[in-house]
Ligand binder design. Structure first.
Ligand code: TLP
Length: 343
């Protein structure tokens, strides 16, 4: 049976150019700082995002948690959106690793406003924790791949500077945010003190993320990465694929966005619950309650057609488009969902 895997863009296979680059990569012991391919990837990531330095980490989760550990002390508080990945999906790492508590704010389609951020910042009061970090997610996964504009980021930065609080961006899919707005990614990273972005999602590298920031931040982050067991040795084998990802896979994200839109439009026309305003990049979130099903039942019916999805709550389904999904796959999925809808 045909399989169409829309669970996530993390399922993407490395391209043949990546496999070749991995085979040929010049490597060394990266803990000694001697892997030229890792160095080249870190420099490329820093340059693209307009930051001084970069650090290759095993995953987006590791990059985000390292950022929290560098920016905060135990007992501090961080401000973040109520369904952001760092809070929702990182195994309680903020509490167990950094020992911080979260002050969550509900965003509008995942975006938190400068005004709400400012209201959540703690005052100088002996009873209260110190607000040590503001975390923003761009694009926002659970909100449906929605993005922050440079203006929104700038407004949060003004507030952050006023209170002397750093900003970390979980930019797992920040290149999707940049491509969707037709912007250089540096326009979305300039207002952040640190950014983590994933190579292993829509950009198709097999493993890894990059954490970028000032040289001082990255040298602290490098120590924390070692603490977490993330000091990898001949990691250039992996970094080589990351370089191909950054050089060749960014612009094509637009195709994924177009496919997501086409899929979402068909789903909307059938009468499923979907907010088309959230369909901004490569994620389609919709409700199946309106067709009298829950997410599990709907996912099982999709599975009968060989279509894999993610359940995002009792009635919500998430479909993610990516490099390994072509136009004909989208046609196939639309037909299957139409058949399911018509019973
Ligand atoms: N997200 C995964 C799952 O963990 C939900 C997915 O399939 O979307 N930040 C954001 C915004 C993410 O979406 C993810 C992964 C991460 C961080 C973590 O990246 P990894 O999986 O590399 O640790």
């Amino acid at each position: 049976m045909k399989i169409v895997d829309l669970r996530s863009d993390t399922v993407t296979q490395p391209t043949s150019e990546m496999r070749k680059a991995m085979y040929q990569a010049e490597v060394g012991d990266d803990v000694y700082g001697e892997d030229p391919t890792v160095r080249a990837l870190e420099d490329l990531g820093a340059q693209l995002t307009g930051k001084q330095a970069g650090l290759f980490v095993a995953s987006g989760t590791m990059g985000n948690q390292i950022a929290a550990l560098v920016h905060t002390k135990r007992g501090d508080e961080i401000i973040c959106e109520s369904e952001c990945h760092m809070y929702y999906y990182e195994v309680g790492g903020l509490a167990t690793l950094a020992g911080v508590q979260t002050r969550t704010i509900e965003g509008v389609r995942g975006v938190i406003s400068a005004d709400k951020v400012e209201k959540a910042i703690r005052g100088d009061d002996i009873h209260q924790p110190r607000t040590a970090l503001i975390c923003l997610e761009n694009t926002h996964n659970r909100a449906g791949g929605t993005y922050y504009t440079p203006d929104c980021l700038k407004a949060v930065k003004v507030v952050a500077d006023k209170h002397n609080i750093p900003i970390h961006i979980d930019g797992a899919r920040v290149f999707n945010a940049a491509v969707a707005q037709n912007l250089a990614v540096a326009r979305l990273t300039e207002y952040a003190d640190s950014i983590n972005f994933c190579l292993s999602k829509g950009l198709c590298a097999p493993v890894g993320s990059l954490l970028v920031g000032t040289s001082e931040f990255i040298s602290s982050a490098r120590r924390i990465r070692k603490l977490l067991g993330g000091g990898m040795r001949q990691a250039g084998i992996l970094a080589a694929a990351g370089i191909v990802a950054l050089n060749t896979m960014i612009d094509r994200l637009d195709e994924d966005h177009k496919n997501a839109w086409r899929l979402a439009d068909a789903i909307a026309n059938l009468g499923f619950g979907i907010d088309m305003n959230t369909v901004q990049t490569n994620i389609v979130l919709f409700e199946v309650q309106s067709v009298g099903m829950n997410a599990e039942q709907f996912a099982n019916l999709l599975e009968n057609h060989g279509i894999k999805c993610s359940q995002f709550g009792e009635f919500k389904i998430r479909l993610v488009t990516h490099h390994d999904i072509g136009n004909e796959d989208i046609d196939y999925v639309i037909k299957a969902i139409t058949d399911i809808f018509r019973g």
